[in-house]
Design a protein around this ligand. Sequence first.
Ligand code: ADP
Ligand code: MG
Length: 435
Amino acid sequence: MVIDVSPLLREVNALVAIGTEELTKVFEDGTVAVDQVSLRAAPGEFLVLLGPTGCGKSTMLRLVAGLETPTGGHVLIDGKVVDDLPSRERRLAMVFQDYALYPHLTVAQNIGFPLRVRHETATDVSARVGEVADQLGISGLLRKLPGALSGGERQRVAMARAIVRRPLGFLLDEPLSNLDAGLRAELRSDVAALARRIGVTTLYVTHDQAEAMTMADRVAVLRRGVLQQVGPPEQVYNDPATLFVAAFLGTPRTSLLEGAVYADDDRVVIDLGSQLVELPADHPVRSRHTDRVSVALRADALTPTTAGHTGPSLTGTVRRVEHLGHEALVHVDTGALPTSTERSRLELPGPQAAALMRDAPRPVAARTEYGFYPAYDPELPGEPPPVGEVVVRVPAAGLPRRDEQLKLAVDLDRLLLFDRAGARIRLDVRKAGQR
Ligand SMILES: Nc1ncnc2c1ncn2[C@@H]1O[C@H](COP(=O)(O)OP(=O)(O)O)[C@@H](O)[C@H]1O
Ligand SMILES: [Mg+2]
C-alpha cells in the first residue's frame, strides 16, 4: 500500500540531527548496557541500530528519548546537548515493539491521545486525527477498538499516534517484530518510505539484518553496548570492520574459521590446521607471517570448482544439502576449527544459533606442514561441538551428495581476515598478482 504523505511534507518545519557523544549507561547492577557510543543521524536520515538481543539497542533509544539518564556522555538534538531536557520537550516520538494501544479507547482516541494530554481543543484534535489517519490509510478504522484490528493495522495506528504531534524525530524500537513475516516485509518499506518522505530523522532499532539492510540509509552495528561500525548497508556488509560485523551480517550465515598466516620465499598460505589455503605469493597478508587470523567466508566468497582448479581454494566433505528450490545451500566440513566468535553465535537470534546447535562431527585438525594447531578451548561446558563448516550456494541442477568431497574456489576480494582481537586486517589486494 502507498501512504500519501504529501500533506505532511508541508508541515515539517525543521530537520534536525540526532546524536550521541560517548553515551554510556551502566545499570545499578553493573551491567554496561551502552558503552561510550558516539553516533549521529543526519537531518532526515534513517539510521538503523542493529545488533543481537541484549546489545543495548533499547537502552540507546531510551537514553535518546530521555526515558533513562546516562551515566556518561551526552545526547544531542540539532547539535545541542539535551541532557537536562525532559523527555516530552525533546519532541521525539517513540514506537515500541509492544506499542501498547489503549484497549478501551477507539483508534481515533488512541491517535488523539498525545494531543489531548496537551489540552488541545476537541476540534483541533479531531481535525488532526482525521488528517493523520488519512495519510496512513486508516480512516476507516477510527471508530474501532484495538482488539478488532489486525497486527498490521495496529502497527499503523501506533505510527499515526507517533506522527500526530509532529515530532522532530522518530525512535522506533523493533516496531515490526510482533508481526508475521509477510506483513513485516510489506511494512518495512511502508515505514521507511513514510519516515523518508516526511523527512523525519529516524533511529530504528532491530536485531533483523534483513530489516536493517532494506530500510537503512546507514546501519550502526552494536555489540555488548559497543559501537562496531556505522555505514551504508552495502559498506557494512562488504567491508566489515570487525569479525563480529562479518559474522552478524550474512545469509546464509558467515563461516568463521581459525587460521595462521605463513609466508615462504615463494608462497603465502593461510593454515587452517586441516588444510592450507594457497594465496598468490605476493599477497599482502605476507606481512602477517606467523600471525593467528580469523577467516570469515560468506557463501558469495566460495564457488564449487573442479579438482584441477588452481588458485586459492578449500576442500571439504559435504555434510548437509539444504534445498531451497532453485538452489541449495551446501554445508561443507573443512576440518578447520571455528573461531571463538563462531562459538558466541549463541548470541545470535533464531536460525543462525539453531544451525550451530545441531549435531555435527567434531573436526579433527590434522597437523599441516607448518605445524599450526588451532587452540580450541571451550568456554562453555556442554556447548555444541565446533563446526568447521563453510556454506556455499549451488544451483539445483548438479547438487553434490552427502559425504562427497568438494573443492571450493575462494574469491580473494571477498576473503575477510581479522586479527585475534577481531579487528579487520585490511589488505590492498589489488597489489596481489600484479608484480
Ligand atoms: N533496567 C535495567 N537494569 C539492569 N540491566 C538492564 C536494564 N535494562 C536493560 N538491562 C540490560 O542491559 C543490556 C542491554 O539491554 P537492552 O538495551 O534492552 O538490549 P536490546 O534492546 O539490544 O535487546 C542487557 O544486558 C539487559 O539485560
Ligand atoms: Mg530491545
